[in-house]
Design a protein around this ligand. Structure first.
Ligand code: TA6
Length: 282
């Protein structure tokens, strides 16, 4: 079953439901807002204070960071995380099976994107909603010169309480600590969060979010995404982020699959690069 609703002015949401799961996908931002495996709780966090207004990013779900992650490397006045999350995407196709729905959406370069980033591209996002949530982001370069991007699927997970959550699978890795001046550190053991946390783990493979409050484990696997970003803004900073709001920081953790900072992706003319992520809630 699928349904389209312009839930907020300028924001069309595609709701899908099959025997294995349901999900909401906003064409504005190319943004997965909700993913709920049948009989289980919502996997994604959506801020109760999120603004749903074209031009503003949605706070929660799975924002797509493209064509740059974090601040723009050459134009500091450009908003962080690129423009894909604040652009209108188009629907390419929907195909339905009993236990799986596949949605393909696309963002292509236009006058508006070239004004901000002077390259031609087509960005395709395939979203498979079933027992797992599978997402494949493909960047194609139809132009004459190579293009260089950084990207992330900036996933916000719903959790019982940040104090009861740990992220497994990062032990022994180096990470860039981005709270304050960036420094490289070594991870020992699981990641637990008790202060502002903004880290890029290098070379992670599968990662698990273990939530002792809810008893849930969420497994995240990926290809073509060498970095794992772990982010929670914590109390002080949450007061300065209007669409998060006080106290709410305890209810989310971002664990993002991406190719960010120095892991730039170069796409030669007439070629494409795919990156994928799979989420499985147990
Ligand atoms: O992925 C972590 C991060 O880059 C943080 O530095 C943090 O500020 C966050 O993303 C949220 O960014 P946003 O632009 O959505 O407020």
């Amino acid at each position: 079953m699928i349904a389209f609703n312009e839930t907020y002015p300028g924001i069309t949401i595609l709701s899908v439901e099959n025997k294995a799961a349901s999900a909401d996908i906003s064409l504005y931002g190319g943004h997965v807002l909700s993913y709920k495996p049948a009989g289980k709780d919502e996997v994604l966090f959506m801020s109760p204070k999120s603004v749903f207004e074209p031009g503003k990013p949605i706070r929660g779900g799975i924002p797509v960071c493209f064509p740059w992650f974090g601040p723009n490397p050459s134009v500091p006045t450009e908003p962080p995380h690129g423009f894909a999350r604040t652009s209108q995407w188009t629907l390419v196709s929907v195909s339905e099976k009993k236990k799986e729905t596949t949605i393909i959406i696309e963002l292509a370069s236009s006058e508006a994107t070239r004004a901000r980033w002077p390259f031609d591209f087509t960005l395709t996002l395939e979203i498979r909603v079933g027992k797992t949530l599978d997402m494949t982001l493909t960047t194609s370069n139809p132009g004459k010169d190579p293009i260089v991007v950084t990207t992330a699927l900036h996933t916000y997970y719903a959790i019982s309480d940040i104090a009861r959550v740990s992220v497994l699978g990062l032990n022994g890795l180096k990470y860039i600590d981005r709270v304050g001046p960036a420094t490289v550190k070594d991870q020992t053991g699981p990641v637990s969060i008790s202060a502002e946390t903004d880290r890029v783990y290098l070379g992670a493979e599968d990662v698990t979010i273990r939530d002792e409050g809810s008893g849930r484990k969420v497994l995240i696997s990926r290809t073509g995404n060498p970095d794992t970003v772990v982010w929670n803004c914590w109390e002080e900073k949450s007061k300065t982020i209007g669409d998060i709001g006080e106290g709410v920081y305890r209810s989310y953790v971002c664990v993002e699959a991406g190719s960010v900072l120095d892991n730039k992706i170069t796409i030669a003319p007439d070629t494409s690069v795919s990156q994928s992520m799979t989420i499985k809630a147990k």
